[in-house]
Every structure is written in C-alpha cells, then in structure tokens.
Design a protein around this ligand. Structure first.
Ligand code: HEM
Length: 416
C-alpha cells in the first residue's frame, strides 16, 4: 500500500530505540511517542496487558487480540468512522461496503472462499519465476555501484510490477496503478478531506478492471484474474461485479506492506550481519527468515476495531463504542510464544505463528502471495549482495501509517 503519511523521521544509522513512554492521547499518541517504528520500542510495554489512553484501549496480549479478531461484536474502526460521518459522500460509503475489509457476515465469507481459490499457495508458487524476474531486473542497474538506497532504488519498485504480473495486467498500465493506489488509501489516515480523491480512485480502478476483465474472459490464462473468473465452489461463482471488486481489492494492500517489510528486513540484516551470512550459506532458511522479519518488524503496528456492544473478552470488560487497538508488534514478542522474543533469529521455528497477517475472519487474503513475493525478493537480494552495511542515516515512515524505512542507504559487495 502507498503511504499517506506526510512527515518522516530520521534516526541515526544505529537506529537506537528512543525509550519515550506513550503520552495519553489515543492510538496516535501511542504510536507517535518515539521517533522510530513501534516495533523498535516493544520491550517498553512488556508485562502490560492493556493501556487505556483515554480515547482508545490498547490490547497487548496474544489471547486478547485473537479473541477480539474472532468476535463478531468488533468491526473495523475506520469503516465505522466513515459510516457515522454525515459529511462523507454516501457513494463512497457504499463502495467501501463492497471491500473485503469492511464486509462482514455470510456475504464476506462467501466472497473470501471463492477468492481464495485463485490465491492458494500452489497458485502463488506458479508465479514465483515472475517475482524473481522483477527483482533481478531492479537489482541489475545498481549492482555495479556497490552502494544504493535500498528502498528508493529497488524495494519501492518491486510490489507493483509483481502484482500486475500476477493479475495479468499489462506493464504499460503500471503508472496508472501507481497513481490510483496512492489516492485509494488516503481516506484511512486523511479523514473526510481525502474522501473525494479516494472515491475517484475507486471509480477509476473499477472502470479499468471492467475493461480488463471483459477482455480476459475471452481468453483465460494462468493469471489470478482468470483464476477469479474460473473460481467455482459447489456450483457457486463470483458475479462479474464481484470479480471486478475483488481484483481491485488485490492491488493496493500488497504495495506498501511488501516493500516496507523487505526494507525493515534489510535494515535488521545490517544490524545482524551474521544472520545475512547464515542465509547466504543456507538459502533454505529464506522462508523462516521471512517469517522472522514479519514477526519482528510488523509493517502494520496495530489493527483497529470498534466494540459495537458491551463485551467481556477473557474477563476484560470492553464498553460499547470503545476504540480497541490491537498491538500486533507486542503480540509478536510474547515470551511464551517466542522464547527470547527480542532476539532476531532467522533459524527460529515457532510453535505458533506471529499475528502480522491479522487473524479471524479478516486474516490477510493475500498472505500466500505476500509470502511468495517476500521469499523471492529476499532470495534474490541474498543471492546477489554480500556484506550489506549501512551507508548513511536511515529515514523511517511517519508513525501512523505502515512502518518501515523510507531511505535505507547501504554499501555491499556484489556476489560473483
Ligand atoms: C507483508 C505483506 C502483507 C501484510 C503484512 C498484510 C497484512 C494484512 C492484515 C493484518 C490484514 C487484516 C486487516 C484487518 O483485520 O483489519 C490484511 C487483510 C487483507 N490483505 Fe493483506 N497483507 C500483506 C500483503 C497483502 C497482499 C500482497 C495482498 C493481495 C494480493 C493482500 C490482500 C489483503 C486483503 C484483500 C485483505 C482483506 C481481507 C478481508 O478483510 O477479508 N495483502 N492484510
């Protein structure tokens, strides 16, 4: 996804955690309290179950977060704000009700089950060569220089050509998607003022997909859009409108999430060069390295829900209308799930997984694609770059959106 966050913060090349406690001013205050990503500050909150900021209840423990994600009384906070705001164009509210994240109930489950037919691990494995080709193409022009801004020169350009290749969108339409994706998400952090641009982006994406899907239906291929058109479960199929909305929903969520995760991973490897050397010696560790990056440095630091009625969650009373914030980064450092949780270790094989892809009925629909893409991207970087080290100050995204480096200058030796 593309960032709507205007400001960035710079930290020294060592990226030392700030240690500031959160001020009592809601989710924003909690996340913005330091000048580094929340995942670098997680140990400050160890031993806390909740933080009540006055305007939000932050949950820090795995079992509480998992229970809220499974509980139908809790729905998306962002969507509730849009639905309750009379200034917002009702057309936008209606369009967002067609998006996976805002849908609930049986319609949502049916749509997910059908879409999953086109997004299985096997379907994504068939796309791995395309993913490798994109990353190799991006590394080729910088490999000779021995230094690069890993985010600006390479990583930020990786997800969009990959998702377009996987969906079967022609390369010449990539600039259209880059523009549209940026406006598509603005409403989430930009409030009502950002809605007109977001609505125009939804309209533009729907119009594009309508044309593409009509053409694709004439000649199905091995891409995901063909998979969505073909998908069938017990005689049920996606309508043409559902294929359009589903395809449109798959472009945006995998952009900023993916390059930020790879960027955070590369940053972590500059701090732990022995782990990079381990990967080079044994590439079979790439999948567990990707899981460790996702665990240690979750790109979405929190998920947000609203309690639609009074609820008891594992004995915790949560009043109706409470803004509930699930701190995924804290969940991922739970010492009972992950022994020695603050150690970054690519050989880790946890019994239970991290929560970076969420959980319950909104569990990331693109997670098999994300995993394949992260594994292939990291695999190419490991194969081609030896001894990466920081080559200047790291700049991080602003705290309220997705979290990861926005400038990551590195020096490296090219592998023969
Ligand atoms: C590192 C990469 C990614 C991360 C960390 C990530 C994380 C997440 C999370 C946490 C959610 C749940 C949000 C919530 O419950 O409020 C989610 C939902 C979703 N993600 Fe991802 N995602 C990633 C990549 C992708 C990709 C590549 C795609 C598309 C191909 C994708 C498509 C979706 C969709 C459609 C949903 C909504 C599912 C639903 O509500 O039923 N994501 N993602």
């Amino acid at each position: 996804m593309t960032s709507t966050a205007a400001a960035s913060t710079t930290v020294p090349a060592t990226g030392a955690p700030s240690g500031d406690p959160p001020p009592a001013s809601g989710r924003a205050g909690f996340l913005a309290a330091g000048d580094t990503p929340f995942w670098l500050r997680v140990p400050e909150f160890r031993d806390r179950r909740t933080i009540d900021t006055g305007s939000a209840l932050i949950l820090l423990r795995p079992d509480d977060c998992a229970a809220v994600l499974r509980d139908a009384r809790f729905t998306q906070w962002n969507m509730a704000q849009v639905e309750r705001n009379p200034q917002i164009d009702p057309r936008f509210v209606e369009r967002r009700r067609q998006a996976f994240l805002s849908m609930e109930g049986l319609d949502h489950l049916r749509l997910r089950r059908l879409a999953m037919v086109a997004l299985t691990p096997a379907a994504m494995n068939a796309q791995r060569a395309r993913m490798r080709a994109v990353m190799d193409r991006l590394i080729d022009p910088v490999i000779g220089a021995g230094r690069m801004d890993a985010v600006k020169d390479v990583l930020v350009h990786y997800p969009l050509p990959v998702i377009c290749a996987v969906l079967g969108v022609p390369d010449e339409d990539i600039p259209f998607f880059a523009r549209t994706a940026e406006d598509w998400v603005r409403w989430m952090w930009g409030g009502p003022a950002a809605v007109p641009a977001a609505l125009a982006a939804h309209d533009a994406m729907d119009a594009y997909m309508t044309g593409l899907i009509a053409r694709r239906a004439q000649a199905l291929g091995d891409d995901v859009i063909s998979g969505l058109i073909r998908a069938e479960l017990e005689g049920d199929r996606l309508t043409r409108e559902e294929v359009i909305h589903t395809a449109a929903s798959l472009i945006v969520p995998g952009l900023e999430t993916t390059y930020s995760t790879l960027g955070s991973g590369l940053y972590l490897f500059t701090q732990h060069p022995e782990q990079w050397a381990l990967l080079a010696r044994d590439p079979s560790l790439i999948p567990s390295a990707v899981e460790e990056i996702l665990r240690f440095a979750p790109v979405g630091p929190t998920l947000e829900r609203i309690a639609n009625e009074d609820a008891q969650v594992n004995g915790l009373h949560i009043a109706r209308d409470t803004h509930v914030v699930l701190a995924l980064a804290s969940v991922n450092r739970d010492p009972e799930l992950f022994p020695d949780p603050d150690r970054f270790d690519v050989t880790r094989t946890p019994q239970r997984g991290h929560m970076t892809f969420g959980g319950g009925r909104h569990l990331c629909l693109g997670m098999h694609m994300a995993r394949a893409e992260l594994q292939e991207g990291l695999g190419c970087l490991v194969r081609r770059l030896a001894r990466i080290e920081l080559d200047g100050p790291v700049t991080w995204s602003a705290p309220l959106g997705f979290q990861g480096p926005r400038a990551l200058p590195v020096r490296f030796t090219a592998r023969a």
